[in-house]
Design a protein around this ligand. Structure first.
Ligand SMILES: [Fe+2]
Ligand SMILES: [Fe+2]
Length: 272
């Protein structure tokens, strides 16, 4: 199957089954077709993106609905990651062996995100809910038009959103463990393990492309407005998982201490 065919089905396909379609046995890197970005990915009515935002619960995850909203929100993020990865396969060129390797890395992350999406949705179903029962947003997708190069894509996807997910996955794994919900905790453990390799993939390529700059400076140059490094972390900053993702010590400490007074994340309550 052609790479573009595979990626288009995921990006433009409207059904859930399009989003989780299996990787074909063989992928041919066709002439890289640089596409105009669609305004939104293909979505049938059940997966429609809503401008309304459903509030992520602040706690009480023992309540069935709160747990379901949390799982639904995680699944939403996986779906957006899948579509953005499919988009990355379509909008960047791959005329060099290095860019082909970059795309192979994107494909391997995409396959993991599909696994995560399926795990979350299966768990939702076990709890009596369906994907699409709550509002879905396009938070990550909104940045796609700003990601003009593979490097800017990695700065946002791997070093910001997926890096923040290291903290979130670690945090919520423990939340659900404490509640005795080992099934959900195990899903978050799987996500965390995979996420480390996705962040590591970004670190690997940005280190290659940064030339004589520090990763920190290069990352900040790449990050499109209005994102700041505040988006690259969760409430609890977990250093050791970042080390596993091969972030250098200088980078880890600068992210850790970065403070824009939560102008972007609007998570001022974290400071309390
Ligand atoms: Fe994921
Ligand atoms: Fe990921």
């Amino acid at each position: 199957m052609l790479l573009s065919e595979y990626a288009k089905q995921i990006l433009y396909g409207e059904k859930f089954s399009d989003k989780i379609q299996d990787l074909p046995e063989k992928i041919d890197f066709d002439e890289s077709c640089v596409l105009a970005l669609p305004k939104t990915p293909g979505r049938d009515h059940k997966l429609q993106i809503s401008p309304e935002n459903i509030k992520f619960p602040k706690g009480h995850f023992h309540e069935l609905e709160k747990k379901a909203i949390a799982l639904h929100s995680f699944a939403n993020h996986e779906l957006l990651a899948i579509e953005m990865m499919a988009c990355a396969l379509l909008i960047y060129p791959h005329h060099t062996p290095e860019l082909k390797k970059f795309k192979q890395g994107v494909i391997s992350s995409l396959v993991d995100e599909q696994k995560h999406l399926k795990l979350y949705v299966e768990r939702l179903n076990e709890l009596g809910y369906e994907f699409g029962d709550f509002k879905l947003n396009d938070f990550f997708w909104k940045y796609m038009p700003k990601l003009k190069t593979p490097a800017s894509y990695l700065s946002v996807m791997a070093l910001t959103f997926e890096a923040a997910n290291l903290d979130f996955a670690f945090f919520y794994q423990n939340v659900f463990l404490e509640l005795g919900d080992k099934k959900t905790a195990d899903i978050l453990a799987t996500v965390l393990k995979d996420e480390i390799s996705h962040v590591g993939f970004g670190v690997h390529f940005l280190n290659k492309w940064k030339e004589d700059k520090s990763l920190w400076n290069y990352y900040n140059e790449l990050l499109p407005y209005p994102l700041t490094p505040a988006r690259a972390k969760g409430k609890n900053f977990i250093e050791h998982v970042r080390k596993k993702a091969k972030m250098d010590e200088d980078f880890i400490q600068k992210i850790k201490h970065f403070d824009d007074n939560f102008a972007i994340t609007k998570r001022k309550e974290w400071k309390k």
